[in-house]
Every structure is written in structure tokens, then in C-alpha cells.
Design a protein around this ligand. Sequence first.
Ligand code: DX5
Ligand code: ZN
Length: 222
Amino acid sequence: MQLPKIGTFELAPSILSADFANLATEINQMTDAGIQMIHLDVMDGHFVPNITFGPPVVGWIRQSTDAFLDTHLMITDPEKYAPAFIKAGSDHITFHIETVDEPVEFVKYLHDQGVTAGVTLNPKTPVETIEQVAPLCDMVLVMTVQPGFGGQSFMEDACEKCVRIREIVGPSVRIEVDGGMGSETIAIARDYGADTFVAGNAIFGKTDRAGAIAELRQALTV
Ligand code: DX5
Ligand code: ZN
């Protein structure tokens, strides 16, 4: 599965808030509702104060869906672990600018490995840190919560970075917003120039997932 062509709004449900004992079912519920991208939050308990899953789980997820696996590495040493995630089936690797010394080289490596590449930055990290590498990426991820947990409140001041990032990358790179997305905040993020929206709690925290997805989509049309 390829990164959806630019020009569409895309939801990327984060499985961080899903039932880890039934991930295949949870993910199939998403694709049955027309979702194309699944956001995989990888955490190492070092870069962020939480631990989730690694390449083996991505491998099992790969076998259960052909959705685009949007892999968000909240880990130190992402260059060391990227090969294992790619081998396991990640379609896209987003790394934190705070964790890499040679981001331009790393993006080239990811492209050479046949995956799309993304860079992301914590709420307090200035846009200047990604000015050089962002135009080389297929998608830039803007953290609107402090990474590590789902269900946090949206940080609008962090979302404002989308305006400058859009100036830097132009119209052909996706801008993905991650954290605190709900029917109100998703419209705010869209208005700052985002076109791809990670939602964990707003979808998996609800019993009616299809209804939650429809609500978020509806919020993007008003
Ligand atoms: C946080 C993760 C986010 C998070 C989003 O570290 O990167 O993807 O799961 O969850 P919600 O949508 O619940 O804020
Ligand atoms: Zn994420």
C-alpha cells in the first residue's frame, strides 16, 4: 500500500488506544470503514516514558492487513532499528528529529529501502530544526501532544508550526498532526494546513468506531 496521493484528507487511527489483545480485529474494523492508513506508535521507554511494541508485532499486523503502516518511531537510535521495522512490513517510517544526527542521510536510506520517510518534532522543538530535511520527506508529522501517551489534550501552539512547515515543504508533502485529535481540534489542525490526522482515543476510545470515524470526517467538511 502506498501513501495516499496528496490532495485528500486522511485519518490515521493510532492503535495505541486499541485493544492490543485483538489488534487484527481492531485494524480490520478501521479498513472496513474505509481507512487506508494505520498509525503504529512505537515507544522504547527511553525517548518517551512508555513502552509499546517492536518489529515482531508489526510483522503480525502486516500479515493481518494491507493498510498503509504509518510507523511512528518514538525511540532513540531509529537508524539502528529501522531495518527491522522495514523487514517486518512498515510502509512508512517517521523518526524524531531529536534522535538523529544525520537526518538527510537517514531519509535517503529510508527511500533506498523502498519506504516513504517522515520527520517529526516534539511540541517544544522549533521548526528550524527540520528546515533542511523536511522538503526531502514524503510526510512531516507535527506532535500536538508530548509523545508517550494517548488521550492527552491538543496543544494548539504546537499545531501552529504547520503554517511554517507548509511554506517549507510546499503542496506535495503531507502534513500529519498527531495528538488530541477530536471533532473540534481536527478542524483547527486542517485550518493550519494539515491534511493527515492521527486519532487514537477519539476512535478506539469509542464503542462505535465507524461512527467516530464518520464524525471526524464530517468535521473536516465544515
Ligand atoms: C503519542 C502518539 C500519538 C497518540 C495519539 O505519543 O504519538 O499517536 O497515540 O493519541 P490521541 O489521538 O488519543 O491523542
Ligand atoms: Zn504517533
